[in-house]
Design a protein around this ligand. Sequence first.
Ligand code: SAM
Ligand code: SF4
Length: 459
Amino acid sequence: MKAHIITYGCQMNEYDSHLVQSQLVSLGADMVDSIDEADFVLLNTCAVRGKPVDKVRSVLGQLRKEKAVRPLVIGMMGCLAQLEEGQQIARKFEVDVLLGPGSLLDIGAALESNERFWSLQFKDELHDHIPPPPVGKLQAHLTIMRGCDHHCTYCIVPTTRGPQVSRHPDQILRELDSLLGAGVREVTLLGQNVNAYGFDAGAKLAGYPSFADLLRMVGGSGIERVKFTTSHPMNFTEDVAVAMSETPAVCDFVHLPVQSGSDRVLRRMAREYSREKYLTHIGQIKKHLPDAVLATDIIVGFPGETEEDFQDTLSLYDEVGFDSAYMFIYSPRPGTPSYKHFQDLPREVKTERLQRLIVKQKEWSARRNARFQGTLQEVLLRGDAYSAGHLEGHTRGNHPIVVPRAIGAEGAGLYRARVTATTPHMFYGELVGADGQALPLLPNLAPEAAGLTSPLMMV
Ligand code: SAM
Ligand code: SF4
């Protein structure tokens, strides 16, 4: 069998695609790079906003046409698969295999079955399953928990991914060992709300460390870089910032979604914290990690958001000075409380606010990134950049960076680089040796590579 997986959505979906792909390979499948080459195409879907759902519809339309003229098995997994909305889409587009986020290990049974196979249960075996490490990668994800116990009124995730289940620390450390053995140097711990790790349904699980202690354990394992996402402000504790500051492997990067700067909107979102509480957490992070890189998520145009509420979001942005932000227009999702109870704002209002927020974000990202100009950064280079003769990667603070190849640093790896230019979204730099001197460029690439270290040359 020739199989192809297309992944939409978050890092958790990337992790799940890897998990299913490794199952497919162990069952003898060849993974191929395009739909055309495949006789099994599996879409790993996202249902958090309307746009990724539209995208899945359009790809399924294309697959249904192909299925009419050649043998093709169509599969759908992930959040959308779990919803009635997704199941209607699956029926319409003749999806053969449908796996909810809790039944990914049924992929083998699905392929053995000669008829339509749908599985939507949340199965415990998933939490103990350790997928093989990714091959030849320096970076990996590690799921520490699944599901979510919060009920933010706009969010479909608790419905699609079920209640929170923390993975046992032994499983996490075993998976980490296998990643280390395979040469992984940066791991990102994943969960919808990592700060609530070990507190499922609000109760402390016996034998489970707090998230801060888990960070200490993972950081002491020998892995060089540890990141985590996503933190929920409601469950954030100062101890997490302390653990980060005491554990050198844990990168000074905190992604703490605020969603809105207005208390009124936060209440309507049922976020369970206030603007003041959020700012207290930011103060604690800045106290223990003065150089921390701060990222957030913001939803613009939540139902009932007034201009004054939106101004509160802009002023919060200034008060924190975020390094970066994922900004979303509110998307009404069937099945969520806000969809049921609140009236959506006009599209123009939402897009106009988003534009103003993007201006704010660019100003701050430009300012925050500029402070790294001339500094030395540890960079994890993944491989070829888009521009010839260059490598791309990211810093400990998650800034994407492009550097020219240099003698002694020709491929993927962990290196040191001097930042020579910054934009709101990008760093440019040069690789340096242990003495802080720039490494010589590869002779045949030097002229072109030298020119591309200026951001102006990239546009
Ligand atoms: N669990 C994380 C948290 O609470 O911060 C976030 C997980 S959610 C899948 C990722 C982001 O999607 C959220 O932080 C939120 O900004 C955005 N999001 C979720 N539902 C949305 C909706 N209905 N419309 C727009 N953005 C949404
Ligand atoms: Fe969704 Fe809120 Fe849970 Fe995050 S914490 S996944 S936004 S319900």
